[in-house]
Design a protein around this ligand. Structure first.
Ligand code: SF4
Ligand code: SF4
Length: 523
């Protein structure tokens, strides 16, 4: 009997690890598929997000709209209502990362088994309340905390670019060591998958992630236990599920091993204190119990289990904090006057709707083939931190590309066809005559005009009499912008040969999505 049971738990553990590895692999596969592959089609690489019921709820509340794509989230909810938080224990990719980190800290003895922690579980419910109450006031903060957006953003803007940098170094080493074919292969992979991107703020985004990983050295699955609002949301949905932990009182020797090794502080022991809303159904407790006293029988009659110590007072406090912090997130000069650097991707909704829908996942930044989309720093104020902005100095908007509009899981960037996209004006180009070579130095240059993709071109030439540094004058062809034709793609700024601060630059004025950000005089 004993042997059978341990075999059962070994099989269960193997199954769980297989499930976690499988879903993590699927997540990575979709993530790495979000790149330009020779055509303007990218597939459903954002599908994982559509199974996330908290993103569905927060975006629905903040944007006052129900998105059909999130119908899949009902599957996750149904599974949770019936079987508990199995999604956290068997599916969630961020949960898998934290569990792997926890395992690493355990086997390296950096974290030793200690007596079960008490308290702290309420924090994630407070984070959930904070996020949902903020959403009521159209402030979408979920993207900073949701496990899928947190992981995708970190991979896209920090981990992958760091690996690509490392790979570049390895390629240099391979060529140096005479292994040219290895270097060629690696270069080809990086180029085909457009991995050689770099992102502003990527270091800090990676640092935040690393800090949470390190906290697993203190408590196993720290993030899942104490902070994950999605875990809290699923915990609430799982309270009456069909599988309830049962401890056989005759067999229990009160060793407390089950609670010491519980991944999420669900407290299988003392008997009667197990919290179904915290359990992720890893069954570590059942496997570790020396007398095999723990089982998870099916009970078709829903029953209550002890809840997390969450007083109404704490919930009210978190809600009040959210209410009072909303205006602070909106302290930005961009509310008075449009920010010239706030260039949004083509198809981005008007700013308030965009901010209500964007979950800062970074999918659009990952997909952009020219690395033009970058995490916003201060351009959109605190509310818009890490939302996508186009930075022409780094990359430009490719004329025949609409990938960012295809991958956005929440519709913050409206899906566009190529004919629609080529008509969208995201900003306007300006010439700095104090830096432009024909104007300032009397040198011939037609780079911006050559690259301009519109038809007819938005950059035209006039004859300009310029003074050269030696005092002579000469007539030179110099660029001027046709404001009607310019769509603000930024390729002129990107290709301008004046490297540090290009002589032609794009600002957001005239952007199609805004009625206010315009040239107010007739031109
Ligand atoms: S910003 Fe332009 S180039 Fe980048 S993904 Fe979007 S449409 Fe494509
Ligand atoms: S706009 Fe970009 S960062 Fe924002 S939700 Fe869409 S894909 Fe994610």
């Amino acid at each position: 009997m004993k042997k059978e049971r341990s075999r059962k738990h070994r099989a269960l553990r193997a199954l769980r690890i297989l499930s976690q590895a499988g879903f993590f692999g699927l997540f990575l596969w979709l993530f790495f598929s979000a790149h330009f592959a020779g055509q303007d089609y990218i597939g459903n690489v954002e599908i994982f997000f559509h199974f996330d019921p908290l993103i569905a709820a927060a975006v629905a509340i903040a944007a006052r709209t129900l998105l059909a794509a999130f119908a899949w989230a009902a599957v996750t909810l149904l599974v949770t209502v019936l079987f508990g938080r199995v999604v956290c224990g068997w599916v969630c990719p961020l949960g898998t990362v934290h569990q792997a980190a926890s395992w690493l800290f355990r086997v390296t003895k950096l974290r030793r088994p200690r007596k079960p922690a008490e308290g702290g579980l309420a924090w994630k419910y407070l984070v959930l309340a904070f996020v949902l109450v903020s959403a009521v006031f159209t402030l979408d903060l979920l993207g900073y905390f949701d496990p899928l957006t947190f992981l995708t953003r970190t991979l896209a803007t920090s981990t992958v670019p760091a690996f690509a940098q490392g790979a570049q170094m390895a390629i240099g080493g391979a060529y140096g060591a005479g292994l040219g074919s290895v270097g060629d292969k690696l270069t080809q992979v990086i180029e085909t998958m457009t991995l050689n991107a770099t992102f502003r703020g990527g270091f800090f985004i990676g640092l935040v992630f690393l800090a949470f990983l390190l906290l697993n050295a203190w408590r196993e699955r720290f993030w899942c236990r104490y902070l994950c609002p999605t875990g809290a949301f699923l915990g609430l949905a799982s309270r009456f599920n069909l599988f309830k932990l049962k401890v056989d009182e005759q067999k229990c020797i009160k060793c407390n091993l089950c609670s010491i090794h519980c991944q999420t502080q669900a407290k299988p022991f003392p008997i009667g204190e197990w919290k179904s809303s915290e359990c992720v159904y890893c069954e570590t407790c059942a496997a570790i119990c020396p007398t095999k006293a723990i089982t998870f029988p099916t009970r078709f009659k829903p029953e209550r289990t002890p809840a997390v110590d969450l007083t109404k007072r704490k919930l009210l406090l978190a809600s009040a904090l959210a209410f009072f912090s909303v205006p602070f997130f909106r302290i930005t000069q961009a509310r008075k006057r449009a920010s010239e650097k706030l260039l949004r991707p083509p198809g981005a909704l008007p700013e308030p709707e965009f901010l209500a829908k964007c979950v800062k996942c970074g999918e659009c930044m990952k997909a952009c083939p020219t690395n033009a989309l970058q995490p916003a720093l201060s351009e959109a104020g605190p509310e818009g931190l890490w939302t996508p902005v186009l930075v022409p100095k780094i990359g430009y908007c490719e004329y025949y590309c609409s990938l960012c509009s295809q991958v956005c899981p929440t519709g913050a960037i409206k899906e566009l066809t190529i004919p629609e996209k080529t008509q969208v004006k995201i900003g306007t180009a300006w010439i700095n005559k104090n830096r432009c070579l024909p104007y300032f130095l009397g040198r011939p240059c037609i780079v911006c005009e050559e690259h301009c993709p519109t038809s007819p071109k938005a950059i035209k030439f006039i004859e300009y009499e310029s003074k050269r540094p030696d005092g002579t004058t000469l007539i030179q062809k110099a660029p001027v912008i046709d404001l009607e034709m310019c769509i603000g793609c930024g390729i002129c700024e990107n290709k301008c040969p004046v490297m540090d601060d290009p002589a032609i630059y794009v600002t957001s004025v005239g952007e199609q999505r805004s009625k206010e950000n315009r040239l107010l005089l007739d031109i």
